[in-house]
Ligand binder design. Structure first.
Ligand SMILES: [Zn+2]
Length: 325
């Protein structure tokens, strides 16, 4: 299929030169989204179906047979914003989400790879035209070309559902170099989230099963404690008391092992043993990794009349909004 759009060129070049040059990051270029294996059929010159969903742009199959969607960045964002944040939320929250999502793409896209993004929460949720909403599309349109920059380069943005009262430091969670705009802020805006505070009971038997794959000698689990907290209060390490002794587990590895449904976040306020001794009651706050924009907080700020620029300045301090168009 002939491609009307060409892949992103220059995004990485701009970063390598430590420059922020709107001229070489024109939004006229196409983004490449790896949709995966499946049936794809052209519907028109600028739309096609993949596995029953309608997508904008066009597609190619890569060497492995997977379908790659070539789509205009702004049109990609119509779907992402609508899937990453409820369309019923205030327009300034949706606009903040749009600017974050656009920046995420530009900061990460790499022309040396076969594709730029996957369409899941590993990058950003994207479901083509089938996932679009009028409110999400309007938010993208009203922020067209707007991105977040820090010291003349694209900011490394992140966002998650609810921070539980304090956003997370990217350096603490991911071990990368500290970034002044991702070092964590106290957030009083997300209290209306159903995940602002939560409780989960976790049996020792389940705990042993979930953690067993990497720890064959684990044995019977007897207790679970918070060993150390990071700067935001999240559990940096947990101590697992077993029949064979104590084991220290990194918080992020622990959450991966037990699953995000069991542990919505690592902002744990307390762990107590269940009365029958079969496990623990875990109390905590927030949903997601907590780095960057707190989406429920953006909703709270927008409901209080704050603009998208004010929301982003609060969660990503010392950054600027710039317009590429
Ligand atoms: Zn928050």
């Amino acid at each position: 299929m002939a491609l009307a759009l060409t892949p992103w060129l220059g995004v990485r070049a701009a970063r390598a030169q430590n420059e922020f040059d709107p001229a070489i990051t024109s939004s006229r270029q196409a983004l490449r989204v790896l949709l995966g294996e499946g049936d794809a059929t052209a519907v028109s010159a600028d739309s096609f179906t993949f596995e029953g969903r309608l997508y904008r742009g066009n597609f190619q199959r890569d060497a492995t047979g997977s379908v790659v969607n070539f789509v205009d960045l702004e049109q990609y964002l119509y779907s992402v914003v609508s899937r990453e944040m409820p369309a019923s939320w205030p327009s300034f929250a949706l606009q903040a989400q749009s600017i974050c999502a656009r920046t995420y793409v530009l900061e990460r896209s790499d022309p040396r790879r076969g594709y730029d993004l996957v369409p899941s929460e590993l990058d950003q949720v994207y479901e083509g035209i089938s996932g679009e909403t009028p409110a999400g599309t309007a938010a993208v349109g009203s922020t067209s070309g707007e991105v977040i920059s820090f010291e003349s380069v694209f900011a490394q943005v992140a966002y998650s559902s609810c921070c539980g009262g304090h956003t997370e430091s990217s350096a603490d969670l991911w071990g990368n170099a500290a970034l002044p705009y991702l070092s964590g802020v106290t957030c009083g805006w997300c209290t209306e989230s159903p995940s602002y505070r939560w409780q989960r009971s976790l049996s020792f038997e389940t705990l042993a099963q979930r953690l067993a794959s990497g720890q064959p000698e684990l044995g019977t689990v007897l207790d679970l404690r918070i060993d150390a907290r990071d700067s935001s209060g999240r559990a940096r390490t947990l101590e697992l008391v077993t029949g064979g002794g104590s084991l220290s587990v990194a918080g992020s590895a622990f959450r991966r092992a037990v699953g995000s449904r069991v542990l919505p976040s690592l902002l744990l306020t307390g762990i107590t043993r269940l009365p029958d001794g079969s496990g623990v009651l875990i109390e905590g706050g927030g949903l997601g990794h907590g780095v960057g924009l707190c989406q429920w907080g953006a909703r709270g700020m927008a409901r209080a009349g704050r603009l998208a620029s004010q929301i982003l300045a609060f969660y990503l301090p010392r950054t600027d909004i710039r317009n590429l168009s």
